[in-house]
Design a protein around this ligand. Structure first.
Ligand SMILES: [Fe+2]
Ligand SMILES: [Fe+2]
Length: 373
């Protein structure tokens, strides 16, 4: 048998020993014949190499000849179905999305820098054109939200985040039944909302630890910086106000002006929700992104009154709906399928468990959804 890297595996090869992930999950049993999909599954488990039966009818990079080391003792009875996100990551749809997203973020980086450095006139239609095309190219199998959740390997906090927020605003405006022009405007507001951050030193934006008071003050200056960059541009006032007001909260607890509900621009309110959602679900240097249900729970705990109520309700309901019929893991380690959304408590839907019984999460204190499988 040979030890072969996953990157050079080919369909048709035969697995020589049980492939185990995460300590006790049987991915493939000994004797399994690999397919392209199966290889993609190994990648999604981040398994770097496996043992393959001889003879291997292709040139592969062999890591070492096996001396027959004993496999770990594990009792597993069933082969796990690929999870929702594994299926997504292995799909052509996702690969195409990832390629266009990366290209688009690079385009956005140069666009935003030109605006900041040279005050280049903004052509909104050009700027959002590719993004609008990527979103409308999405089929129904996986939504834009699903795609974004799996695009978390970007190590930049402004450009990829701006693109995420633009896409979330786009989908969100459609959920709110906005006209096509308003959807475009919401997308543009999301794309430029953090332009002021380009005026703040990178070391502060990317600093993983606690910020000093002075650093915090600098970060909090980005809405006003953004407004100043955009104010002389011949673009919709909403784009300028979204940059200025996206950290305001309806109860007056936001910044920089502590505006209250009726004073905050409607598009800034949309960006505010998309912005917080993206920030919480994104991976950071110091923590993994939160599960969408945990984010919804935080929104519910911290008070929906910070946001425009009809907007936040529409947003959270639709995010939850994206995951209906998905398998999830709850905080005690059990696995269930989301069957019924509870409109009073969106973070706590009703689940059907592996043994067929139903579990009402809102009536089960201490239990919550930890992970979407
Ligand atoms: Fe911001
Ligand atoms: Fe932001």
């Amino acid at each position: 048998m040979k030890h072969v890297r996953t990157s050079v595996l080919k369909a048709g090869m035969i697995v020589a020993t049980d492939v185990i992930a995460n300590g006790n999950t049987l991915v493939f049993p000994k004797g399994y014949v690999l397919t392209d999909r199966a290889i993609a599954r190994l990648e999604s488990y981040e398994i770097g190499d496996i043992r393959i039966e001889d003879p291997v009818d292709c040139e592969v990079e062999e890591i070492e000849n096996e001396g027959g080391s004993a496999a770990p003792e594990i009792t597993v009875n069933t082969i796990e179905e690929p999870s929702h996100f594994e299926k997504l990551k292995a799909s052509e749809e996702f690969q195409a999305f990832k390629a266009s997203f990366t290209e688009n973020v690079n385009g956005l980086r140069s666009n935003l820098n030109e605006i900041v450095e040279k005050n280049t006139p903004i052509n909104v239609d050009n700027m959002i054109g590719d993004t609008m095309r990527i979103i409308s190219a999405q089929g129904n199998t996986f939504g834009v939200f699903d795609m974004l959740h799996n695009m978390r390997d970007f190590d930049d906090l402004t450009y990829a985040h701006s693109m995420n927020v633009a896409m979330i605003c786009n989908v969100f405006a459609r959920w709110l039944n906005f006209s096509e022009d308003s959807v475009k405007l919401a997308t543009a507001c999301g794309m430029m909302h953090d332009i002021g951050k380009l005026k703040i030193p990178d070391e502060i934006i990317k600093k993983p630890g606690k910020l000093t008071d002075e650093e915090y003050r600098m970060i909090k200056s980005h809405p006003l910086e953004g407004y100043n960059i955009l104010k002389s541009q011949n673009i919709s006032e909403h784009i300028k106000l979204a940059a200025l007001e996206h950290h305001e909260k309806c109860d007056g607890s936001g910044y920089p002006m502590k505006l209250t509900r009726e004073k905050i621009d409607g598009y800034a309110k949309i960006v505010a929700i998309a912005d917080v959602y993206d920030a919480m679900t994104a991976n950071r240097v110091y923590r993994e992104g939160l599960c969408p249900f945990r984010v919804i729970e935080i929104f519910e705990e911290e008070g929906l009154q910070k946001y425009e109520i009809p907007y936040i309700m529409k947003f959270l309901e639709n995010v939850v709906n994206t995951y209906i019929e998905n398998r999830v893991m709850i905080s005690d380690g059990r696995i269930g399928t989301i069957r019924w959304i509870n409109k009073q408590r969106l973070s706590k839907p009703m689940l059907q468990m592996a043994d067929g019984t139903f579990l009402e999460l809102d009536k089960s204190p201490g239990l919550s959804i930890e992970k979407i499988l």
